[in-house]
Design a binder for this molecule. Structure first.
Ligand SMILES: [Fe+2]
Ligand SMILES: [Fe+2]
Length: 465
């Protein structure tokens, strides 16, 4: 994808203490940038999105049946073929309602970390690649949101109460290209509390990093000169972090100042890339099978396929920075090591648990989806009464079934891939290198027990509606 952007990076030849260490990542970054620039996957996604009409895609599966919500549950076994197709389409819509929050974070942090690399000089190709990725993410987000919205509208006929919909508020504000103001707009410091929280976090950054000779990137400097806050993304990969707003604000300063921590951000991004690839790869495989057999390919399947290809560039960049590039910078201080490892630990919260209703979704319990499914079962797709819906909900969430086993297997596969990926990253604490927090959620019995408690609370809460 060729994008005309004003390049903000210097492109002097890099000069590092250890030139040998820099050779491999620089070569990879050059190749990826060339290949990404020459590809047209983003344009294909944009075309598919523009022409998407649900009714033209409504009769076919968009993936193998196992990528359907409620797959493997007793209800799925009892469902008719038209209900199964609807569950298959809703899976796409729900999965891709979540992706934009992660990609919105990418948009912000590509800019924050890119300006740190730009400060150093010699990272012209990397900065251009990050700018290109940022522009691609805008198109991805827009396509996912439009297709998800139209699919949900067609299938659910607006029958769900907003409060029961899985949370997608951060993304739904994006209406048209290239309107991403909600991501990049800054907030004036609104009151005393916000100002003092900002000052404290800013002081920590000055004391721990800038006093050691590190300088904030241009992106942060410009905001500070204007006396403005950054509207930090608190959904996506940071959604499980405690004290989200303050924590992410501190990370914004830290990742926007220290080259080591800017590189470390790509370890977090790599985990998000691999989480996505864990299920999106199946759409790519399905696309190739249909193509080989010269069969009709539904537009959402094609969107997933081209997104998978676009993201393979992004994943390689994340991997190169996370595994190799960080080594060319000065050794991290104790503070930098602690921040890096704490963020990795918290990132594992995104992977701790197994969903019983959404294959490949790793959550601590199905609380956030229980209301959604309760409503779904009462829409024209299933047309159940409230008491029937509750009966099936308990059967699907609160007992072991094939759906849990499917997600368990893919959780294990991802766990093993992540451990292999990070095995040689020497600054990770063992708890992170071995992804021990993620591994602790690898337990169907625990997920079922957690759902039983949640279901009890949920059914009690219905009495108050
Ligand atoms: Fe993307
Ligand atoms: Fe991406």
């Amino acid at each position: 994808m060729v994008k005309n952007t004003e390049l903000s990076c210097t492109i002097n030849p890099p000069s590092f203490k250890n030139e040998r260490l820099a050779q491999k990542p620089f070569k990879v970054m050059e190749n990826i940038f060339q290949n990404n620039t020459n590809s047209n996957y983003t344009e294909r996604i944009h075309e598919l999105e523009k022409n998407f009409v649900y009714s033209s895609n409504s009769d076919s599966y968009w993936s193998e049946p196992e990528q359907s919500i409620l797959y493997g549950t007793p209800l799925y076994e009892a469902a008719s073929s038209s209900q199964k197709i609807a569950l298959n389409h809703l899976y796409w819509a729900i999965q891709y309602s979540k992706v934009p929050a992660d990609e919105a974070t990418t948009i912000i942090f590509n800019q924050i970390t890119g300006s740190v690399f730009s400060n150093l000089g010699g990272f012209g190709t990397l900065c251009q690649e990050l700018e290109l990725e940022t522009s691609q993410e805008h198109y991805h987000i827009h396509a996912f949101q439009r297709i998800s919205r139209l699919t949900k509208k067609a299938l659910l006929c607006n029958k769900l109460k907003q409060s029961y919909l899985p949370k997608i508020k951060f993304n739904d504000r994006l209406k048209s290209l290239p309107n991403l103001n909600f991501l990049t707009e800054s907030l004036k410091i609104p009151d005393f509390l916000e100002r003092s929280s900002y000052s404290t976090l800013r002081f920590i950054n000055r004391f721990m990093l800038e006093s050691q000779g590190q300088k904030p990137g241009k992106y942060l400097q410009e905001l500070e000169n204007k006396n403005e806050f950054i509207q930090v993304p608190t959904d996506g990969i940071f959604s499980k972090f405690p004290f989200r707003r303050q924590t992410v604000q501190l990370l914004t300063f830290n990742f926007g100042t220290s080259p080591f921590l800017a590189s470390h951000y790509y370890a977090l991004r790599l985990i998000a890339n691999m989480m996505l690839k864990n299920w999106e790869y199946n759409y790519a495989k399905y696309f190739r099978t249909l193509e080989k057999n010269a069969e009709f390919i539904p537009a959402p399947t094609s969107v997933s396929y081209f997104h998978f290809l676009d993201e393979s560039f992004h994943t390689t960049i994340s991997k190169t920075i996370a595994q190799d590039l960080y080594k060319v910078f000065s050794k991290p201080t104790a503070y930098e090591l602690t921040i890096a490892n704490m963020t990795l630990y918290l990132m594992q919260l995104n992977l701790k648990g197994l969903s019983g209703a959404i294959p490949y979704r790793f959550i601590q319990d199905d609380l956030s989806f229980m209301g959604f499914f309760y409503q779904l079962l009462q829409t024209p797709i299933f047309d159940l009464s409230a008491s029937e819906a509750l009966y099936w909900l308990e059967k699907c969430f609160c007992q072991e079934h094939e759906g849990f086993h499917l997600t368990f297997n893919h959780h294990q596969r991802l766990l093993s891939n992540l451990c292999q990926t990070f095995v040689d990253v020497e600054y990770f604490w063992p708890i992170n290198r071995e992804m021990r927090l993620m591994a602790s959620g690898d337990n169907i019995g625990k997920s079922v027990q957690s759902n039983i408690k949640t279901f009890k609370r949920f059914s009690q809460s219905l009495a108050y509606l």
